[in-house]
Design a protein around this ligand. Structure first.
Ligand code: 2M8
Length: 442
């Protein structure tokens, strides 16, 4: 079933309005009420969208995020805005103020998110060069300014987060994956018995139509237990490995690193840094191979690996298409594209729009209204589309673009959408959803 394409000008103006309303000046809130701070991978998508309308502001978005980078190289998953306190857990609960690696001037969380930032920088550079003049100068100057930070970020992930050198990034909290309560994490969380967690009052459930669209209280207790564990060792990378109950090699995160490293290699080359470029190519190769090594020969989907349990994690989620993001072996990518278009995914006859769902509608884990357990996430479709175009899979890119624009024509810019009815869920006016609309419009 297809929807109606809204007038491109109307969609564009509405998306720009959302980004303006979420703009705090030098950073954009991920959503007006639910997420009143700057999130790491949201900011990268926001910069991609902004680069279509205001290259200088896109540069500022990435610069603000990089100002939160820790001296270890980690880019934290939240840069807190001093002007908002209606989010839990806020900076006090994270307890990062005493961490020496944190930049003194900004308050941050103590974990990270997938490294889409070099991909965002590529978009900003390309748009700046297309515009020419001051935009080109600003984008090129920023690329030179940001290069060392992004190299340090990728190198930190490749060392601190791949201690065994297997070409897969290990995460220590499902918030790091960005797929917070995906069925991917049910197994690892089921094996955790939370220790004492200080009392807490959730705020997130106040900002959605139904609490059922958000993670459960049992999930939040585990999320906060992991924060206590991280705090207990002062967020020290080496001590975390011995302490944390959640150690999972995240295949989708790893795929993003592979893709971003390849992009950063190209930028390093353009900036006259061939050694750094070669280093990033090697890193991309390593993580691409790591991602490919996880593919389940029976299902054709890539899998995560629970280090603590020594077990594969393989529910039918969109993360199984990590090889499409990482790139690589043409036969593997062709098989994955066929699977994605098939009746368990985009080709499922019950879908309102033929778009990837966060969990397959054919899976017993599918929950169409619950956050990362089923709904469609627009920013993710943009990332998949970008990877398709990179690899010359233009037909699938165009299918994703057409269906995405139809979905976004409702002008709610929802955080996620119910796959069967197309109803908007979670927050409305979500910044990265508006950014995805701008990028799809071109
Ligand atoms: C969601 O995650 C945050 C925690 O980081 C939350 O639920 O409070 C996820 O969808 C994540 O991927 C996203 O970056 C964030 C902000 O949009 O919200």
């Amino acid at each position: 079933m297809t929807g109606t394409l809204v007038d491109a000008g109307v969609l564009r103006r509405a998306a720009i309005d959302v980004l303006h309303r979420n703009d705090l000046g030098t950073m954009t809130t991920a959503a007006p009420n639910l997420y009143p701070h700057q999130w790491s991978w949201d900011a990268a998508f926001v910069a991609i969208g902004l680069s279509r309308v205001d290259v200088a502001r896109a540069v500022t978005e990435l610069r603000s995020l990089l100002a939160a980078q820790w001296s270890t190289g980690m880019i934290p998953h939240i840069r807190f805005s001093p002007s908002a306190d209606d989010y839990f857990p806020g900076p006090d609960r994270w307890g990062t103020d005493g961490v020496a690696a944190r930049p003194a001037a900004v308050r941050t969380s103590g974990i990270c998110q997938p490294p889409v930032h070099a991909i965002a920088l590529r978009h900003v550079l390309d748009r700046g060069r297309e515009q020419g003049g001051a935009d080109r100068a600003a984008a090129e100057a920023f690329a030179a300014e940001a290069l060392d930070g992004l190299l340090a970020w990728h190198r930190w992930l490749a060392t601190a987060r791949d201690p065994d050198g297997v070409g897969l990034v290990e995460i220590h909290h499902s918030w790091e994956s960005g797929f917070d309560n995906s069925p991917r994490w049910d197994g690892p969380y089921a094996r955790i018995t939370p220790g004492p967690v200080p009392p807490f009052a959730r705020r997130d459930t106040h900002h959605v139509a139904s609490a059922a669209e958000r993670p459960s209280n049992a999930e939040y207790t585990r999320y906060l237990w992991l924060v206590e564990q991280l705090k207990s060792v002062g967020y020290d990378d080496a001590r975390v490995l011995d302490t944390i109950d959640f150690r999972v090699r995240d295949v989708f995160f790893s795929a993003v690193l592979a893709a971003a490293a390849e992009v950063l290699a190209c930028i390093a080359d353009e900036l006259g840094r061939p050694d750094d470029a070669a280093d990033q190519i090697a890193l991309a190769d390593r993580f691409r191979a790591g991602v490919a090594s996880t593919v389940d020969p029976t299902t054709g989907l890539a899998r995560d690996y629970d280090v603590r349990a020594g077990a594969w994690v393989g529910p039918m989620t969109v993360a199984g298409f990590a090889p499409l993001v990482a790139g690589g072996d043409p036969a593997l990518l062709a098989a994955q594209r066929a699977l994605l278009r098939g009746s368990d995914w985009m080709g499922h006859p019950g879908l309102r729009h033929p778009l990837p769902t966060s969990t397959s509608p054919a899976s017993p884990d599918f929950r169409p209204r619950t956050y990362w357990r089923g709904p469609v996430w627009p920013f993710l479709n943009l990332l998949l589309g970008w990877a398709c175009a990179r690899d010359g899979a233009f037909a699938l890119h165009d299918e994703l673009r057409t269906a995405s624009l139809e979905q976004l024509a409702d002008l709610t810019f929802a955080e996620y959408y119910e796959p069967v009815t197309g109803a908007p869920l979670g927050s409305h006016d979500q910044a990265w959803t508006a950014a995805a609309a701008l990028e799809w419009l071109g």
